[in-house]
Design a protein around this ligand. Structure first.
Ligand SMILES: *Cc1c(COP(=O)(O)O)cnc(C)c1O
Length: 427
């Protein structure tokens, strides 16, 4: 061993001793999560078991290729890990195949574009300003830069997706790919309509359930798996797994998808994250998770009802999922001020355009709220009424420091009743 090689003792020291600066930052973030109310609908809190798999030595392993067909030696163990994750995924969703390798949600979508489209081809997606995702055709994203985008929207009258518009746009533009899925749409997608549109014009139907995946897994939101050619999702939102993505679909498309992910788009898969996904699936296959998914939706409905009672408006009048778009104008604030005010009392959310928003996207008229993270902490509909009261009181008093301080105290008191990672805090 050369003198410059760190000793076994040096390599096995804890983060706290090796790098107090980063350790301290992680402590600060743990505290922020512990003592605030996390209401960003795309966030959740993973279990210790998921964290443990993510922090494992599997991060050391290169495994380019598919299980059994790798470009590196020593892959027999990680082959088992990836096969286990895929098998559990197919069991959970009833999919014919699953690819566990996408690094995140956007990479999963990008692989689908690579598999089925050439640059310049036309596809359809829900408009970003009406609930869609950047990777469904925003001009600043690869999807909008390299392909022709036809955006569908929601009806002005009820803020619901209009099946007739989807069908007529498809007939008119003959897209090669039709995407259903959203980041800020609280209602149920009618997957059959998209299947019909795709069939009429010979398009691939991609359902991107990044937001709804956990609800789908738990039976609390309709599954697109019987209808879609391909289903993509993130694994860190309602599915409550590691920050990552994945792709499922019909067996006929497996080869094209696998090739597009690797070598088309990515290099080595993150085996530690794939192990954490396997753990996530095991958790999601339990009756507990079914209850979690239903409670998340029940909580969202209770929160929406209580916010309406408090004078706020909910886009489309309510929710069928884990999230809602709150029109904050009735309380005299913009989305931007709403987000900042909630932040000050320890409620984390994000400003969001509402459909037909007169404000620019930097200001917005809405705030997007979700219940997945609070439900993971164990909160129920009773707590949602309390949370709604905090939100209404804060928004009504956005300029009143004393009032905001008293709301902050209430937020902290409620958080302390539902411990999260307090065992990870050293002080
Ligand atoms: C969050 C989201 C994604 C992107 O996921 P990342 O993991 O952030 O890349 C893709 N599609 C939809 C609909 C989303 O909501």
């Amino acid at each position: 061993m050369s003198a410059s090689t760190p000793s076994y003792e040096a390599r096995t020291r804890k983060l706290r001793d090796v790098d107090p600066e980063v350790f301290g930052l992680i402590q600060r973030e743990t505290e922020r999560q512990e003592y605030g109310l996390e209401m960003i609908p795309s966030e959740n809190f993973v279990s210790e078991a998921v964290l443990e798999a993510m922090g494992s030595v599997l991060t050391n392993k290169y495994a380019e290729g598919q299980p059994g067909k790798r470009y590196y030696g020593g892959c027999h163990v990680v082959d088992d890990v990836e096969n286990l994750a895929s098998a559990r995924c197919c069991e959970l969703f009833g999919a014919e195949f699953a690819n566990m390798q996408p690094h995140s949600g956007v990479q999963a979508n990008q692989a689908v574009f690579e598999a089925f489209l050439k640059p310049g081809d036309t596809f359809m997606g829900l408009r970003l300003d009406q609930g869609g995702h950047l990777s469904h055709g925003s001009p600043v994203n690869f999807s909008g830069m390299h392909y022709k985008v036809v955006g569908y929207g929601v009806r002005e009258a009820d803020c619901l997706i209009d099946p007739d518009e989807v069908l007529s746009l498809a007939r008119q533009h003959k897209p090669k790919l039709i995407i259903a899925g959203a980041s800020a749409y609280a209602r149920q997608f009618d997957w059959k309509v998209f299947r019909q549109a795709a069939d009429e014009v010979g398009a691939i139907f991609l359902a991107d359930i990044a937001h709804y995946a956990g609800l789908v897994a738990g039976g609390a939101y309709p599954s697109p798996v019987p209808y879609a050619d391909i289903v993509t999702t993130t694994t860190h939102k309602t599915l409550r797994g590691p920050r990552s993505g994945m792709i499922m679909g019909r067996a006929a498309h497996q080869k094209a998808i696998n090739k597009a992910v690797f070598p088309g788009l990515q290099g080595g898969p993150h085996m530690h994250t794939i192990a954490a996904k396997a753990v996530m699936f095991k958790e999601a296959l339990t009756p507990d998770f079914k209850r979690y998914a239903q409670q998340t939706v029940d909580n969202a409905r209770a929160l929406a009802a209580a916010l309406i009672k408090g004078g706020l408006k909910i886009v489309s009048g309510g929710t069928d999922s884990h999230l809602m778009l709150v029109d904050v104008r009735p309380l005299g604030v913009t989305g931007k001020v709403g987000e900042e005010t909630l932040d000050r009392v320890g409620i984390t959310a994000n400003k969001n355009s509402i459909p037909f928003d007169p404000q620019p996207f930097t200001i917005c008229s809405g705030v997007r709220l979700g219940t997945p993270a609070l439900t993971t902490r164990g909160m129920g509909t009773k707590e949602m009424e309390q949370v709604a009261a905090f939100i209404v009181e804060a928004l009504q008093n956005s300029g009143n420091d004393a009032k905001l301080k008293s709301v902050t105290a209430g937020v902290q008191e409620l958080s302390r009743k539902f411990p999260l990672y307090k065992h990870r805090l050293v002080s």
